[in-house]
Design a protein around this ligand. Structure first.
Ligand code: ADP
Length: 605
């Protein structure tokens, strides 16, 4: 269910879902095809290693026969010569088998590593192309899970599991061939065990597949709970919800446990059953083989070799069966995982990020902003028209303040200008835009990298960085750090104050000298000193630019050329502060009810 959510709940996605299931196996194969030569070579050495392994019992049987013949009165000299020859053969086979085994393991693993690397990078790129509306609908935990867990599962199946299964199959087949060339009568008896074994394997595989799929889904759900809890820890703590979160996590993990226990019980039944079947059959083969030797139809060496082959075959069928059953389950899980991965890889973004340019909308000259008759509903809530025919014009170099009751659509206007979404009707025309958000988000990187993030290519000279930082009132505090612009911020670096973060964000916005600046005024209280510095930085950044600001302060509104009052997705009033106040409409009411804070931080707090 969770994965459906991820793929989007529209019918179109469900249809894709069905098709994706069919092509997943083919796509996996095609991914592996990029490693075709490596895999072909790996399969070849795998075959060599299997032949080597199957040669040992034959050589051992030869040794036993030489010894018995000598005891029965053969020439001691010739027996000694034969044993020496067999010994040199053994040494050669040991060396070749060892080398082939090592080569096989290395080739398979490195091929899988490369396939996973490509898959992850491609998947990350595909995810990054998706429109913001899609990210609204899926959870970050699930996306990162797809990237790490699903691809890891695919890799483990592609390497160890498939290589081991191939190996078991090769040894099994070669062993059977050796058995039948030695004695078809004995072989027939020995392989009577195989059909019941396969029946067991089949049943086991079916059940195990289901359990592993369920367990995977359950553990993804648990990971989401943990992620949400730790991500929102402050909220959890401030509402004292630790108990409830623990409960949800316990429930989610409980499901994981439930299916894990079932899988464990299944293994518990399966293992002894196949084992006793295998052992029993080998003892029967020995008993009948002893009678054949007594009757002179088989040599003792041949019987010994035969028994070892029978053990090989049953062990590889049983082992291949037991593990193979689990592997089948794993493979099914991987197939499920690959379905989801390919679904994500295939998803066409509804909003094209042509060549990484986010805002390829009509470009009026010289920093003008124009919204015309815009109707918009969020993709996650298509029934609610958030903007209802909104029109707004900001002339080049003008400052327009957006005000209005919460939920009126101010942030949505900004999101459309940023082209996080496209409107269903109407048009958005704009020019080179930079955004300073209400809660600036910095990356866990150096301050320099965070400021240069604003540049195309993400690189800026020291002069550019400093110029931007000076405009943003950030240069002084940055220089005060021992490592200056190379100071790390975020989890492993220094903790910046809210005001400092905001000033870094302003530097990031102005480094490319955008013609239009979108500002979302902080409602959270900063201390007076920071408040002043941020305000000054914003004023300086705004100078000579077209500015659209979501305003919460009276001082900002008073300084603007024009105020647009956004109510229920429309511009209800527009004009100068004094003009609107005199008109006695919505704006006058907002000011009267002190919804616009006079001054700044002190008053807000
Ligand atoms: P304002 O900025 O004026 O407070 P918003 O533009 O944030 O208003 O919100 C306008 C309406 O759109 C609100 O009803 C809000 O619940 C809704 N909304 C905002 N963001 C989203 C979103 N990502 N998905 C769905 N609805 C949203």
């Amino acid at each position: 269910r969770d994965y459906q959510l991820l793929a989007g709940d529209d019918a179109e996605a469900q249809q894709r879902d069905g098709r994706a299931k069919q092509v997943a196996a083919g796509r996996l194969f095609r991914l592996a095809r990029e490693e075709a030569w490596t895999l072909a070579l790996a399969s070849l050495v795998l075959l060599v290693a299997s032949v080597g392994q199957v040669a040992f019992p034959k050589l051992a049987g030869d040794l036993i026969d030489v010894a018995i013949q000598q005891q029965a009165g053969g020439s001691a000299e010739e027996a000694r010569r034969t044993t020496s020859r067999i010994l040199s053969e053994i040494l050669v086979v040991v060396a070749v088998t060892g080398a082939a085994d090592g080569l096989r393991s290395w080739l398979f693993q490195s091929a899988a590593e490369r396939v996973m690397y490509r898959l992850r990078v491609r998947l990350f790129g595909a995810l990054l192309q998706q429109e913001v509306g899609w990210f609204d609908r899926c959870r970050t935990g699930e996306l990162t899970n797809r990237l790490s867990e699903d691809t890891r599962l695919l890799k483990s199946v592609a390497t160890t599991s498939i290589a081991q299964a191939l190996r078991a199959a090769a040894v099994c087949t070669l062993g059977l061939v050796m058995m039948f060339t030695t004695s078809w009568l004995l072989s027939t008896l020995a392989i009577c065990i195989i059909p019941p074994l396969f029946l067991l394997v089949w049943a086991f595989g079916r059940l195990s597949r289901r359990y592993i799929k369920e367990q995977l889904a359950a553990s993804a759900a648990a990971a989401t709970v943990a992620e949400e809890c730790f991500g929102n820890l402050r909220t959890v703590r401030s509402f004292a919800k630790e108990g409830a979160m623990r409960g949800s996590y316990e429930t989610a993990q409980g499901r994981t446990l439930h299916y894990g226990l079932r899988a464990a019980a299944l293994e518990g039944c399966f293992f002894p059953l196949t084992n006793s079947l295998a052992t029993g059959s080998i003892m029967m083969v020995l008993w009948y083989g002893a009678r054949l030797v007594i009757a002179g139809q088989l040599s003792a060496g041949q019987l010994s070799a035969f028994v070892v082959y029978a053990i090989y075959v049953s062990a590889n069928a049983g082992e291949g069966g037991r593990k193979g059953g689990a592997k089948l389950g794993l493979a099914a899980g991987a197939l499920g995982a690959s379905e989801r991965v390919f679904q994500l890889l295939d998803r066409q973004p509804l909003l094209d990020l042509a060549g990484g340019k986010q805002r390829p909308v009509g470009v009026p000259e010289g920093g003008e902003l124009r919204l015309q008759g815009v109707w918009f509903a969020y993709p996650s809530r298509p029934a609610v028209w958030v903007l209802q025919g909104l029109s707004l014009h900001v002339a080049p170099g003008n400052k327009v303040a957006l005000v209005g009751p919460s939920g009126g659509g101010k942030s949505t206007v900004v999101a459309l200008i940023e082209r996080f979404y496209d409107p269903q009707r109407g048009s958005v025309l704009l020019d080179g835009v930079a955004l300073v958000g209400q809660e600036p988000v910095l990356f866990a990187d150096t301050i320099a990298a965070n400021i240069a993030f604003g540049c195309p290519g993400g690189a800026a000279s020291q002069e550019q960085l400093e110029a931007a930082a000076r405009v943003a009132n950030a240069h002084d505090f940055i220089s005060a750090f021992p490592q200056g612009y190379r100071t790390l911020v975020g989890e492993r670096g220094v903790r910046l104050s809210g005001g400092q973060k905001q000033r870094v964000a302003i530097a990031r916005a102005v480094i490319t000298s955008p013609r239009v600046l979108l500002l979302d005024e902080a409602t959270s209280a900063l201390d007076a000193e920071n408040e002043h510095l941020v305000q000054q930085a914003l004023d300086r950044a705004s100078a000579g630019r077209t500015v659209l600001v979501i305003a919460h302060r009276l001082s900002t509104v008073q300084a603007a050329d024009s105020v647009a009052v956004v109510v229920e997705g429309r511009v209800a009033e527009q004009g100068g502060h004094g003009e609107l106040l005199a008109a006695g409409g919505v704006y006058a009411a907002l000011v009267r009810r002190q919804l616009l804070v006079p001054g700044g931080a002190e008053a807000a707090a």
